[in-house]
Design a protein around this ligand. Structure first.
Ligand code: MG
Length: 375
């Protein structure tokens, strides 16, 4: 790790953990957070959770685990270049999708609809719930007892109502303030990773055509450069070469633009960053627009492709069946969830939260198997 800038997250200024713990003689606090995340059950489950394509469709597609690793890799690169805390950035990136349901956004939407009368379901909030409450690994507390800074980074967005219930970590949403730079960076690293790897996966699946991709400046500009240098590349290598240059292009812009803003701001501590009304880490307007347009293209041609939609419809149906089944018969869940549901049997809202916790933790293939068990 390089030299930390004054406005980065410094461990000696950390707001600490919820439960006091003695320091490690050889590991830093954010490093411990990262290690706890990697050792968590929720993290291992990400390997069998969908990003866009359901897990059994092919071995080469991204899963939430490989997505999270790519996010972390982009995040760490930028953190080093900007003098930010690399360990903290990595911890936030690796944890950002821990609360994701099976079947990607379709799963999240379906579970949210099931939870409509019980406080809703939001995967980002669930990621915080996983690290704060659901992981049961330590004798002295529930959850992973992560530092405030990692938890602050995991909670990317939050309604005012939820923010009030979350206490300290929700405070910034009520005050319209920003999280530290590492959290801002993890958020953008997420978009850089999926925008680029979804181009790769979508093309491999035959759902995105080369011509469609060429409609977007971000892709077309890099294509022209590669084409000029290597006119005879075959399709697969051509796509890889374009994607790696697209990542390089947007990451370079992100570093340059953020450096510019930090210089203008003359911030001297993380509190100066937190006090801002708008995020500091970001692209130039030009690259922001190109990046957004690529996202729109993916939304139109990939995420709403008939093949993806029909798969997602099926997934939604499965989540609904599972939710109803466990609500009416909590004993169908493993004993620890069944026991929690039993305590709340008269309190539908709390019982529903136990069911949502159980379903959200499932992998795609486990949810499919559970659904088959009930059919
Ligand atoms: Mg993500």
């Amino acid at each position: 790790m390089g030299t930390l800038k004054s406005y980065a997250a410094h461990e000696d200024q950390s707001r600490g953990r919820r439960f006091d713990e003695s320091k490690s003689p050889y590991r830093g606090e954010f490093q411990r957070d990262r290690d706890r995340i990697v050792h968590s059950t929720a993290f291992r489950r990400l390997i069998y959770k969908t990003q866009v394509f359901v897990n059994h469709e092919g071995d080469l597609y991204r899963t939430r685990l490989t997505h999270s690793l790519e996010v972390a890799q982009v995040g760490r690169t930028v953190a080093c270049a900007l003098g930010l805390n690399e360990m903290l950035t990595e911890a936030i990136c690796l944890a950002h999708d821990l609360g994701h349901t099976p079947f990607g956004h379709a799963g999240q939407d379906a579970l949210n609809a099931c939870m409509k009368n019980f406080g809703g379901f939001e995967h980002n909030l669930q990621s915080l719930r996983v690290v704060d409450e659901l992981e049961a690994k330590y004798a002295n507390f529930y959850g992973l007892n992560l530092t405030f800074e990692t938890r602050e980074g995991i909670l990317k967005h939050c309604s005012r109502k939820n923010a009030r219930e979350l206490g300290e970590v929700g405070q910034r949403f009520l005050e319209n303030k920003q999280p530290g730079l590492e959290a801002q960076l993890a958020n953008i690293a997420d978009t850089i990773a999926y925008n680029n790897h979804d181009v790769d996966d979508g093309f491999r699946a035959g759902l995105l055509s080369f011509d469609q991709l060429c409609e977007e400046h971000l892709f077309y500009e890099q294509y022209q450069i590669v084409q000029a240098e290597h006119p005879d590349l075959e399709d697969r290598r051509l796509i890889y070469e374009i994607i790696r240059r697209m990542i390089n292009y947007v990451v370079s812009d992100l570093i340059d633009q953020t450096t510019l803003r930090l210089n203008e701001l003359r911030a001297s501590s993380i509190n100066d960053i937190r006090a801002q009304r708008v995020p500091i880490v970001g692209f130039s307007n030009e690259v922001h627009e190109k990046h957004m347009n690529l996202k729109l293209l993916l939304n139109k041609h990939l995420y709403h492709h008939q093949k993806v939609l029909s798969m997602m419809d099926e997934a939604k149906g499965m989540i609904e069946v599972l939710f109803d089944r466990y609500m009416s018969n909590p004993e169908k869940m493993p004993s620890e969830f069944a026991a929690r549901a039993r305590i709340h049997d008269k309190h539908q809202r709390r019982k529903a939260r136990v069911v949502a916790d159980y379903i959200a933790g499932m992998t795609d293939r486990f949810a499919i198997a559970e659904h088959e068990r009930f059919s």
